[in-house]
Design a protein around this ligand. Structure first.
Ligand SMILES: Cc1c2[nH]c(c1CCC(=O)O)Cc1[nH]c(c(CCC(=O)O)c1C)Cc1[nH]c(c(CCC(=O)O)c1C)Cc1[nH]c(c(C)c1CCC(=O)O)C2
Length: 343
């Protein structure tokens, strides 16, 4: 019965709410002492992702503290390569690592066991929808094929994704096959999350910003279009947020090119440009996460500028990227009350 009052869903349906609903990317994470505590008993990071009881707990932690308008499933974009037997691990202080894939590896990719491997994630979603307050939107997510491919090709994170860019030029057919394969697996994964109880989903293209214009169209926008078309063909009412970090002016045609309902904005997107994008539909963002670390006037003025520029259109308040481990939880409380105090 509270379903009708899920504010993030209302905005995704095009409504303008004052104050806007708020959630934060990476809202479950190391800046919260209770997360660090659960993380310490979980074993590996992937164990945490694949243990429904613990994944539910860490998803709920920021909801208990701040009553955010959306909860985002606790998992990671790299569970897809993990399900594809790429030997994914998260090493303390190193970030993610996996076996780098080559042309033969791409030929041999097999989606056979993926949904069985990811069954604990769907179980987490179902439990979350039962345990969350009725008015809280539950978001599922996946990585965009380009961003997931950058990690699969390099075998780890890099500053500019040079290995994936080089591979794409040298082996265009294998690279196309990889992106198409990831798009199809990701579409199935999102449909399964929606069926398990997610209200809407977000597609994270965190590394879109390293691509030139032509490559952005082919490697970032096109595979995301393919995911969205496939999800919509099966679940016509699905609501989808697409976040292409660093895409700059290439965002101008991104909504139309992908079919996304809402567009995520990183903190470098000028608010005047954001207001233009908002004429075509909902936007989400875009406070610099460092303003939350800095707090005080830096945070307040950043919030006010976003609300003044975008508060009269369909807006989901968020950061321009994930909250960082050095953010003080008290600053997040101040952020939420500043946004909720807006009239
Ligand atoms: C690129 C990317 C990844 N993962 C993700 C992205 C896209 C968004 C973005 O750009 O931030 C997405 C992601 N990762 C995580 C979530 C959980 C939900 C939420 O937002 O609260 C989500 C939505 C948890 C996580 N994923 C990770 C952590 C930290 C690991 C830990 O707690 O030990 C969390 C909470 C690990 C991770 N996972 C990834 C990296 C590069 C790292 C290491 C960097 C780091 O440690 O912050 C890959």
């Amino acid at each position: 019965m509270d379903e009708t009052r899920r504010k993030v869903m209302e905005v995704l349906n095009g409504k303008c709410l004052t104050p806007p609903p708020i959630w934060l990317m990476r809202q479950a994470g190391r800046y919260l002492p209770e997360y660090r505590q659960t993380r310490a008993v979980a074993g590996s990071f992937l164990d945490l992702c694949y243990t429904p009881e613990l994944a539910v707990e860490v998803t709920l932690q920021p909801i208990r503290r701040y009553a955010f308008d959306a909860a985002i499933l606790f998992s990671d974009i790299l569970v897809i390569p993990d399900a594809l037997h790429r030997n994914v691990r998260f090493e303390e202080g190193h970030g993610p690592r996996m076996d780098p894939i080559d042309e033969d590896g791409i030929k041999g990719l097999d989606a056979g066991g993926v949904s069985r491997h990811l069954a604990p994630v769907f179980e987490t979603v179902t439990r979350l929808r039962r345990e969350l307050p009725g008015e809280t939107t539950l978001l599922g997510f996946c990585g965009a094929p380009w961003t997931v491919a950058t990690y699969m090709i390099a075998g780890h994170g890099t500053p500019d994704q040079a290995p994936a860019r080089l591979f794409a030029y040298r082996h265009p057919q294998a690279f196309d096959r990889l992106l198409g394969f990831l798009a199809d697996v990701s579409a199935d994964y999102l449909v399964a999350q929606l069926d398990a109880g997610a209200d809407a989903v977000q597609i994270f293209d965190s590394w879109a910003g390293v691509l030139g214009e032509d490559e952005f169209a082919r490697f970032a926008a096109e595979p995301v279009r393919r995911i969205i078309a496939s999800v919509r063909a099966r679940r016509p009412s699905a609501r989808i947020i697409a976040f292409a970090k660093g895409a700059g002016t290439l965002l101008k045609t991104y909504r139309q090119a992908t079919g996304a309902d809402a567009i995520g904005l990183d903190w470098t997107v000028p608010l005047s440009f954001a207001a233009e994008l908002q004429k075509d539909g909902p936007v989400q963002g875009n406070l610099d996460p460092m303003r939350v670390v800095a707090a005080g006037q830096a945070m307040e003025s950043g919030v006010d500028r976003i609300l003044d520029a975008l508060g009269n259109g369909p807006l989901i308040f968020n950061l321009g990227h994930g909250i960082t481990p050095d953010a003080d939880p008290a600053n997040v409380a101040a952020l939420v009350s500043r946004v909720r105090g807006y009239r």
